[in-house]
Design a protein around this ligand. Sequence first.
Ligand code: CIR
Length: 255
Amino acid sequence: MFKNVIVRVPASSISEGITSASLGKPIYEKALMQHENYVSALTKTGVEVTVLEPKEAFPDSCFVEDVALCTSKCAIITRPGAETRQKEVQLADMKEALGKFYEHIEQIEAPGTVEAGDIMMVGDHFYIGESARTNKEGANQMIAILEKYGLSGSIVTLEKVLHLKTGLAYLENNNLLVAGEFIDDPEFAKFNKIVVPEDEAYGANCIWVNDYVLVPEGYPTVQKKIEELGYKVLVVDTSEFRKIDGGLSCLSLRF
Ligand code: CIR
C-alpha cells in the first residue's frame, strides 16, 4: 500500500519541455487543470498528497518521478540524463519533502545518470532500464544502493521508448501491462502479461495505487482489460503532458 505521494504543479514554462512528439506545445491552463484532476484521483486512493510549488526555471519539473526513487527503506535522489533536468535534483523543497518521510536519503553521483521513470518496482526488486537517460554506471550505483538496504535491482536494456515505464506498468498481483519492445522480452515472461495494442501504446503508462489503477483517458482497450482484471479504474486526462512525452507515472512519487 502507498501512504504518500509527492507531485509538483506544472510551471508555465511547460510549453518548453523536452519532447520527441509532434503534438504541439502543452497549453498551460489545460495542463494545470489536468494536474488538479490527477491530484484529485490520487486522493481518492487514500494517499496523502504533498503538492510542491511550480518551478519556472525547469520546464519538465512536474515530472517528479524522474528525480528520485522512493523505496520502502530509503529515497535515492537521481542524476537525470537530460542536461536541462540535472539541476531539478537540487530543488530544496523536494529535498525537504523527502526528508520528512525518509531517514535515509542517498544520491546517484557523476558520471552515473538515472531517471527514475526508468525504474519499475516489483515488491523488493527494481527493474532498471538502461536508456538514453539512464546509463550503466548510474544503474549499477542504484543497484549497489538498493542492495545496501536489502533490496535488489537488475538492468533491462531499452531500445525504442524514452523510459522503462513508458512501455511497462506493474499492477501488483503479478499483473504486468506490457507494450511494444517489452511484449516478448524474456525478462518479463514470468508475469501475467496484459498486452497493450500498438495504437494504444501510450496507455501502457498506468499506475497502481492501493487497488485502484489510474488509466489515461482515450485508451479504451487498455481500460477494458484492466477493468476485467477487477481493478477499480480512475480515468485521468493527461493529453497536455503527452505532448512532452509525459504520462501518469512521471507526474508523481508514490511510496
Ligand atoms: C522529458 O523528456 O524528460 C520530459 N519531457 C518527460 C519526462 C517523462 N517522464 C517519465 O516518463 N518518467
